[in-house]
Design a protein around this ligand. Structure first.
Ligand code: NAP
Length: 315
């Protein structure tokens, strides 16, 4: 088949664009398929201060730079096309989108994940103006301010601990009277004098003017409703990796993140994963681009090895 890609990348966030750069720079026929616009979560991040070499850059600017850099080496980028299914058929990957069917020797999945939303009034309107889903990205903007963290899992408790570096006071609103987070994270939280946990409580609404200044809380046991002053609202009620289109069901951890080896390869030969949907300790731009570099160069080696085996067999 003439139109077979050598590398097909799912998603054009920092990991996808980096894999595209390395794939096309290795002279491989490389395509990135993105359901929105190139940039991924960068497009929802106002300012980035922790990407090495950039002390202060907007998410949009960094996305544009990454896209331009990847295109310089000839990567094809198809936007506005959503992947519906990916499966291995006769040694190639068959990739179906809402518009087309593609074939590729390797696939690198960099589709990230989606933070669960509370779904309360004010959440979308104040997203980026007080409401955040990433403490490392946005915590520093709330220096000396009151922050409310929502959730009771590892992410909420760990990120609440992290936010104590910035906030004057950290409230953790949790819908039950105990956390599900690991004990060690809870101990750290309870020992911090800046933290107060508000048990049995859900957020009903997020309010403000230009930016957030209060949340409406409801005690689920007593039914009491009150307004609680808060400039930051950090929501950590779960993160769902975007892997729903992988029909071959590669191995994943208990939270659905894909398990890879140190070449970023899943247990499906030729299927690689990079960035936020990979099972790993941290989820930052820096390690997403690191993952993607490894994935693209490992895919190149996989393809070279495969072609070598095929030419040996036909000789
Ligand atoms: P999670 O473990 O699913 O916890 C979600 C939390 O949000 C739970 O406390 C849940 O309450 C609460 N919640 C869910 N829906 C809610 C709603 N609509 N309103 C209010 N509260 C709601 O999610 P996570 O903390 O993001 O962690 C995801 C996975 O990543 C987990 O496997 C976790 O172990 C892992 N992780 C690990 C680390 C680490 O090891 N350091 C760090 C971060 C994440 P209930 O408890 O009442 O259900």
């Amino acid at each position: 088949m003439d139109d077979v890609y050598e590398i097909l990348i799912v998603g054009a966030g920092p990991a996808g664009l980096t894999a595209g750069l390395y794939g096309s720079r290795s002279n491989l026929k490389t395509v990135i398929i993105e359901k929105g616009l190139p940039g991924g979560q960068l497009l929802n991040t106002e300012v980035i201060e922790d990407y090495t070499g950039f002390e202060h850059i907007t998410g949009v600017e960094l996305a544009q730079k990454m896209e331009a850099h990847a295109r310089k080496f000839g990567v094809e980028i198809k936007t506005g096309e959503e992947i519906k299914s990916i499966r291995r058929v006769d040694g190639l990957f068959e990739v179906k989108t809402d518009e087309n069917t593609y074939h590729s020797i390797t696939v690198i999945v960099t589709a990230g994940g989606t933070a669960q939303k509370l779904g309360v009034p004010g959440e979308d309107a104040y997203s980026g103006r007080g409401v955040s889903y990433c403490a490392v990205c946005d915590g520093a903007f709330f220096n000396g301010q009151v922050i409310t963290v929502v959730g009771g899992g590892d992410a909420a408790v760990e990120e609440a601990n992290y936010l104590t570096r910035f906030g004057s006071r950290i409230y953790v609103a949790h819908r039950r009277s105990e956390f599900r987070a690991q004990k060690i994270l809870q101990d750290q939280l309870f020992q911090n004098p800046k933290v107060e946990v508000i048990w049995d409580t859900v957020v009903e609404e997020i309010k403000g003017n230009a930016v957030v200044n209060r949340v409406v809380l409801k005690n689920v046991k007593t039914g009491e409703i009150r307004e609680h002053p808060s400039e930051g609202v950090f929501i950590f009620i779960g993160f769902k990796p975007n892997t729903y289109f992988l029909d071959d069901h590669p191995a994943h951890d208990e939270s659905g993140h894909l398990i890879t080896n140190d070449r970023m390869e899943t247990n499906i030969p030729g299927l690689f994963a990079a960035g936020d949907l990979r099972s790993q300790l941290v989820r930052q731009i820096t390690n997403a681009v690191g993952d993607a570099t490894i994935a693209a160069l490992a895919a190149e080696k996989y393809i070279t090895h495969l072609k070598h085996k095929q030419s040996e067999a036909s000789a």
